[in-house]
Write a protein that binds this ligand. Structure first.
Ligand code: DX5
Ligand code: ZN
Length: 221
């Protein structure tokens, strides 16, 4: 289970995204939070801005779509060139059809669940996905506290992935920091999103390296 550290640019300076993306070039992917002010009570950016972020980013993009009607919009992010596209299970009308469309467009298909959404409906659908994202905050804002109540769900999903024998990544997003990453990895997460913990640090490069070292140490056990 390889560890991936994907900083969230939600905590970056939006007026200097080119420079902010250079700060995280030692990360695996740049996590791009798309919010529509309907699925979540916050608004970020849409396809034209993500297309420019893709053009200037030194690392691949991990799009996290916190939007309504992903059935219509998610494939657009795959076509723009995002290497991974995550849509929310709660918002999708036809998650299997959408996952197949994302793969057909060349992206990794990923599905997210909010803290109160059960993962059990996804277990039989795992062959359709390359990644599952378990939110450890209510989506919408950076800088919130990690919800430990989500840990059993991460553990159950890791067990289901192991039992399936499939190569599905398990991403955790929200409140991941030096003090919570050990618990997330111990529960089975291997893709860690961190916004404020990376962009709030003076040295983003060192923050990424430190998160990675801690996660790899825990994953080895
Ligand atoms: C929250 C976003 C997260 C957010 C994480 O809705 O999906 O990606 O940027 O920020 P931190 O790491 O500060 O909780
Ligand atoms: Zn996110």
């Amino acid at each position: 289970m390889g560890i991936h550290i994907n900083p969230s640019i939600l905590s970056a300076d939006f007026a200097d995204l080119t420079g902010e993306l250079q700060r995280i070039r030692n990360a695996d992917m740049a996590h791009v939070d798309v919010m529509d002010n309907h699925f979540v009570p916050n608004l970020t950016f849409g396809p034209p801005v993500v297309e420019r972020i893709h053009a200037v980013s030194p690392i691949p993009l991990d799009a996290h779509l916190m939007i309504e009607d992903p059935d219509t919009w998610a494939p657009v992010y795959a076509e723009i060139g995002c290497q991974s596209v995550t849509f929310h299970l709660e918002a999708a009308a036809a998650p299997v059809r959408l996952a197949r469309e994302l793969r057909a467009a060349g992206a990794r298909a990923s599905v997210a669940v909010r803290p109160a959404t059960p993962i059990e409906p996804l277990i039989d659908l795992l062959p359709e996905f390359d990644q599952v994202l378990i939110m450890t905050v209510e989506p919408g804002f950076g800088g919130q506290k990690f919800l430990d109540v989500c840990l059993p769900k991460i553990r159950r999903m890791r067990e289901a992935i192991s039992a399936s024998g499939l190569d599905v990544m398990l991403q955790v997003d929200g409140g991941v920091s030096a003090s919570t990453i050990e618990r997330a990895v111990d529960a089975g997460a291997n893709v860690l999103v961190a916004g404020s913990a990376v962009y709030g640090a003076d040295d983003a490069d060192a923050a990424i390296a430190s998160l990675r070292a801690t996660a790899e140490r825990v994953a080895e056990h």
